[in-house]
Unconditional design. Structure first.
Length: 277
């Protein structure tokens, strides 16, 4: 009986200690119910005329290439997040030389599950040293009052470039920009391979380029082989081209590309994206 009591007391103490620790862990780590917690907050800026607070989010720090941008607008008078607010993207690069230019955008549409306006901006150069990117947001309330908010943002080059540009071999007056959209997280096997293509018509006009023929040929330069079962990207609208790329192993891949007009006149025959995973 004495032995039973001796064993029972430490056991109860251990149970109490374990239960207490679990309770404390539960209390210290409440669930995060913010649907935007996985995104990077780029800026929180007041729109004083409209009495709004504007939050800008992205999937990651802004980079040269195709960026998903989310904008959440709160009415300060009510404290409510606005449903489907009127927002327009107006990014401008202010060069150190005094020149200015825009870049390609896909204007935002409403994402009801996140309560944000969601669009894309394809930054065509970094902000470091050459100038500064100003992310202009044109807002309008239901009464028709407009306000433009300008936010200075940092745009960095990635170690593996996500965008390239070239002068078309078919038309020497055409400057073309190609940005990688997918894969964002490549893996062994078949991956979506998506790019978006724009041209610079003027410093402020960057329309999408459609009806191109694009071929891809992935290779592992260090291993001396390619891969089978790839699908050339085809036009899916608004400058986007979607295909399939097969990565048969992890490591450094070079996805070679040829871009041609709709009549197969060569525009660029030695383009590529580096993808390492």
């Amino acid at each position: 009986m004495k032995l039973f009591k001796t064993l029972l007391i430490p056991t109860l103490a251990l149970v109490f200690f374990t239960t207490s620790c679990k309770k404390e862990e539960t209390q210290d780590t409440p669930p995060n119910n913010d649907p935007l917690s996985e995104y990077v907050l780029i800026s929180e800026t007041p729109a004083s005329t409209l009495n709004y607070t504007v939050k800008v989010y992205a999937q990651e720090d802004l980079f040269v290439g195709y960026n998903y941008i989310l904008v959440q607008v709160t009415d300060n008078a009510t404290g409510e997040i606005l449903d489907d607010p009127d927002v327009m993207f107006m990014p401008i690069m202010e060069m150190n030389s005094g020149m200015m230019h825009a870049c390609p955008v896909e204007q935002p549409t409403y994402n009801a599950s996140l309560k944000v306006m969601e669009g894309t901006i394809t930054f065509v150069m970094p902000s470091m040293g050459q100038g500064k990117w100003m992310l202009g947001l044109k807002l309008k309330n239901t009464a028709g009052t407009e306000e433009e908010v300008k936010i200075e943002v940092d745009v960095m080059d990635k170690a593996e470039p996500q965008l390239f540009s070239f002068i078309s071999a078919h038309d020497p007056n055409q400057r073309v920009f190609v940005a990688l959209v997918h894969p964002k997280m490549p893996e062994i096997g078949i991956n979506d391979f998506e790019v978006v293509v724009y041209e610079r018509q003027t410093m402020m006009s960057w329309p999408a380029v459609e009806m191109l023929n694009i071929e891809i040929d992935p290779e592992m330069p260090t291993m001396g082989h390619g891969s089978p079962n790839n699908e050339h990207p085809t036009d899916i609208g608004e400058g986007h081209y979607l295909g399939k790329v097969n990565f048969t192993m992890s490591g450094y891949w070079k996805v070679n590309m040829k871009l041609m007009t709709s009549t197969n006149e060569m525009m660029k025959d030695d383009a590529f994206f580096d993808i390492t995973f």
